[in-house]
Write a protein that binds this ligand. Sequence first.
Ligand code: SF4
Length: 307
Amino acid sequence: MKIHGLQKMTLLDYPGYVACTVFLGGCDFRCPYCHNFELACGAAQPVMDDEELFAFLKKRKGLLDGVAITGGEPCLHKDLPELLRGIRALGFRTKLDTNGYHPEMLRHVLDEGLVDYVAMDIKNSPAKYAETAGFRYFSVEESAAGSESGADTVDAAASGADTDAAVNSGTHTAAAPLTDENRSDADPALTASGTRTVSSPYTSGDLTNRILNLGKIKESISLLINGTVDYEFRTTVVKEFHTAEDFFEIGEMIRGAEHYYLQCFTDRDTVPYGNLHAPSVETLQKYWRIMLDFVPGTELRGINEPA
Ligand code: SF4
């Protein structure tokens, strides 16, 4: 398997453990606030293969506790179980980051006992999930989880997984309501009210031209809540995407979860969409209070919680 990045040591990516972070290329989401869009698009070049990673890990025995697998979207890779098996055979704990859109792979690695911890993104409330994940069409299809309609099928090449495809700086028409003109600060509702043309750093075409199958997200949520492996849900909060109403709905989606983290969007040069902002600390604290009613274990990541 191609490895697209390796952070040799981190105290942050695998809470409670000294770990390294392995980045896999490709993602089937196109979140406008993504920090790793070159990885997500498949533009980032591989830096090593799995054999070189294993050689590195052999030299880190006793120095590292675990390996965090992130991306991109690791669950796109059919070789993910093999990679995890190899890491665990060397005696390391494993943590998996996922967008939750591949419950079949998640089920596989959970059932085989290949992961010790899973961190799954919860992008937004059901009605806004697709737009927050960068799908071109904002409607949400709730067909049976795991079923693949033609519109929802993503091949590895289109997702950028394990390809060296260059990213086209193309332009596509998107129902993206993120403009100062149509966004009210008091209620930045993001209902798809029309279409406009945006310059996209992503490859356009089939990848964004899909309808989100929310059933897959719900199946992944259920797998984690009803499973035995430690996990967390987490939402990156973006001013233009999230409102208090969304958190009441997110709360219903993950009611019964043990751990949920609200993490604040931070702008960077690598973020593909340049007109997004962090919410205020007070707003984050308001969302935190809302979520406590659904998930008492809700925490603000990197921000002080109010007394
Ligand atoms: S799920 Fe979204 S934020 Fe995560 S890698 Fe994919 S595009 Fe980026």
